[in-house]
Ligand binder design. Sequence first.
Ligand code: EPZ
Length: 419
Amino acid sequence: MDKLLIRGPGELSGTVKISGAKNAALPILAGTLLATEPIVVRNIPHLKDVTTIISLLQMMGVQVTIDDQLNVEVDASNVTSREAPYELVRTMRASILVLGPLVARFGEADVSLPGGCAIGARPVNLHIAGLQAMGADVSVENGFIKARARRLKGTHIVFDTVTVTGTENLLMAAVLADGETVLENSAREPEVTDLANFLIELGAKIDGAGSSTIVVQGVEKLGGGDYTVLPDRIEAGTYLVAAAMTGGRIRVVDAAPDTLEAVLIKLREAGATITTGEGWIELDMKGRRPTAVDIRTAPYPAFPTDMQAQFCALNAIADGVSTITETIFENRFQHVLELQRMGADIQLEGNTAIIKGVDRLMAAPVMATDLRASAGLVLAGLAATGETLVDRIYHVDRGYERIEEKLRQVGATIQRVTS
Ligand code: EPZ
């Protein structure tokens, strides 16, 4: 099992190229199931989760090839299976994203019920309820979601809770449904908008993506197209926090500054000087220690839950006392236990972490538990004194392309060790 060995502290400086957004690439690749003609998807990040969904599509008979620029060519004109098996879905919950496209195009889908994960129960009741509202018969039997529909019918859906993949699944279901679908209380994440723009490129009729009310006019079929995935705002935010924690100066390029405004505001509050331009963000900490900042996660455009662990690490060494409240997931503080082992002064009270910044964290062997928690531990290792060994970094590889290479490019002392 691979580990990351990090020697700190060390000021980071230089330029990092941001990859395509994992959480846009996954629904977009699932959405290729809706089309009957070849599609090219560009700027796909080279990540374990992407490999998993490509394997899933290939198991269904979809032709997927990757060219030498890592562009993905997909031809779903001949889908032979409508099943997403447990052994794949359990490795990646986002496989649930094939449910909507399969029911919309073929009228049937058997998708393994994704279990919970380290950060929470992760129910999919809203995905199922939405398909039922569109006329599908959906049952859960033997751990599978079994959905059948002659043709989905457009309807008015109001989400009880803002759900990113729930919005994406039902958006994809709606594009081939009969008539108009209104999705209210929809997720406004940039990745939802990117999926909508991709579907429009294929001929879908969608208005309001990026707002909380999306209106879809169903069409008979979707054609082919050529689409470039937007930059990963969470990857960009993670590298900016790395520089803020080490007093350094970093420029992230091939980024989308307007998709992480809430994070940039908090980094400025922490004392960073931030400038942005077309496709780039520069953070300069000028050797200063960050100031502690209060965080409350919430759906976009508010502060993203996927940046919560990274800011726990920043606040752990910041000047002052701060609170971080997690409102999206019920168990997303597992990184706190590991940060405490590195000397962080953090108290958990319900869904709030109370953090008293310490001058310096001490290196320690730590264990990654989920994707963003592991990012938080890597950041802590960069700022801590000594050698931090982060175990179970398969979690990191799910969401960060070549993390040790990108960090080494900006001066980090980090290497992957295989035990
Ligand atoms: C997406 O997960 C992201 N994953 C997550 O990123 C991200 O943390 C999350 O949105 C929130 O922004 C992908 O896009 C692949 P939700 P998703 O449905 O869609 C409840 C990462 O690190 N809910 O928006 O699964 C749910 O329990 C990952 O890249 C229901 O109750 O999250 C949660 O409390 C981690 N019923 C809240 O909604 C449902 O049917 C938000 O979850 C669906 C969700």
